[in-house]
Design a protein around this ligand. Structure first.
Ligand code: C2E
Ligand code: MG
Ligand code: MG
Ligand code: MG
Length: 286
């Protein structure tokens, strides 16, 4: 709590006017209230093995339970949080909540991995890796239980500070995923420079891939390349059984998307799992 307060005190009021103009409806003040009033909520989306259909992990996705606007999605406030300096406190809250939930699932016998999205800006904090290591140990988990999905920030590409943090995290044996591969800064250069362990293909190349004849070879090439680099491959945005079948044919390892399961509250996971076991594509049933 004390650390959180310190982070909040470090906000830069100078950034407020431009931020407010760019994000009508929300301002840094609203984010501060969200932080204080515990208005963050996590939903969890399953990641499943394309061969066995088994649940390998879940991705934590943050929502803002706004007293006036209802559930607000991250595309509406992550950039704002990055710009006004609230992203470090937000990520800290997400990490703590997601890891505590994972510890509960582990205790109930569900041995899955937790994926958390980390903004490039978080990685510039020089104490990010040691603090995360301490948090994971404090909760009684190990770094391998956590997959850090590195998402491109609107304000920066990989800086040398971020790169150093990523190398440290990898040395501590955290999983590192390059999220939204194929778009923006999620590029070959990042793949060359950062010791990623997972490549996550952007949903723009996944759903209805056969609808554009250029895409299946791009998918095949990316997945083949990742495998030769020793990375696990994940496809996000699997919305139909056709999407699933194509990825399976191509040899992608893990799938995530509405076809499998939407992001859900933690208490819904057991019921989802039961339902998924009855409806997963027959070719993968054991
Ligand atoms: P992402 O990490 O690429 O997450 C995938 C997004 O696609 C999620 O949106 C998810 O709900 C959505 N999605 C999943 N399956 C499907 C599908 O089959 N079809 C379609 N059309 N969409 C699908 P969401 O939850 O709105 O999150 C958007 C982005 O916000 C995330 O993209 C991530 O970059 C960012 N984000 C979410 N939570 C956090 C967080 O805790 N910290 C940070 N820094 N960023 C976060
Ligand atoms: Mg992600
Ligand atoms: Mg993604
Ligand atoms: Mg994406």
């Amino acid at each position: 709590r004390a650390a959180l307060r310190t982070l909040l005190d470090q906000w830069q009021p100078a950034a407020l006017p431009s931020v407010a103009a760019e994000h009508p409806g929300y301002g840094a003040d609203d984010l501060r209230v969200a932080q204080d009033g515990a208005q963050w909520v996590l939903h969890y989306q399953p990641k499943v093995d394309l061969r066995s259909g088994g649940l390998t992990g879940v991705e934590a996705l943050v929502r803002w339970n706004h007293p006036l606007h209802g559930l607000v999605y991250p595309d509406r406030f992550i950039a704002l949080a990055e710009e006004c300096g609230a992203i470090d406190a937000l990520t800290e809250w997400v990490m703590q909540a997601a890891l505590e939930q994972l510890a509960l699932w582990h205790r109930s016998g569900l041995r899955i991995q937790m994926a958390v999205n980390v903004s490039m800006q978080n990685l510039c904090a020089p104490d990010f890796a040691p603090r995360l290591g301490a948090l994971v140990r404090h909760i009684g988990l190990s770094p391998q239980d956590l997959m850090l999905e590195v998402t491109e920030s609107r304000v920066m590409a990989v800086s040398s500070a971020a790169l150093e943090t990523l190398v440290r995290l990898r040395m501590q044996r955290f999983g590192l995923s390059i999220d939204d591969f194929g778009t923006g800064h999620s590029s070959l250069a990042q793949l060359r420079d950062v010791p990623f362990t997972e490549l996550k293909i952007d949903r723009g190349f996944v759903h209805d891939a056969r609808g554009n004849q250029l895409i299946p070879p791009m998918l095949e090439g990316s997945i083949g390349m990742a495998q030769r680099l020793g990375l696990h491959t994940v496809a996000e945005g699997v919305e139909t059984e056709d999407d699933w079948a194509l990825l399976r044919e191509i040899g992608c390892d893990i799938a995530q998307g509405y076809f499998i399961g939407r992001p859900m509250q933690s208490d819904r996971l057991p019921a989802w799992l039961e339902d998924w076991q009855t409806r997963q594509p027959r070719s993968t049933a054991r």
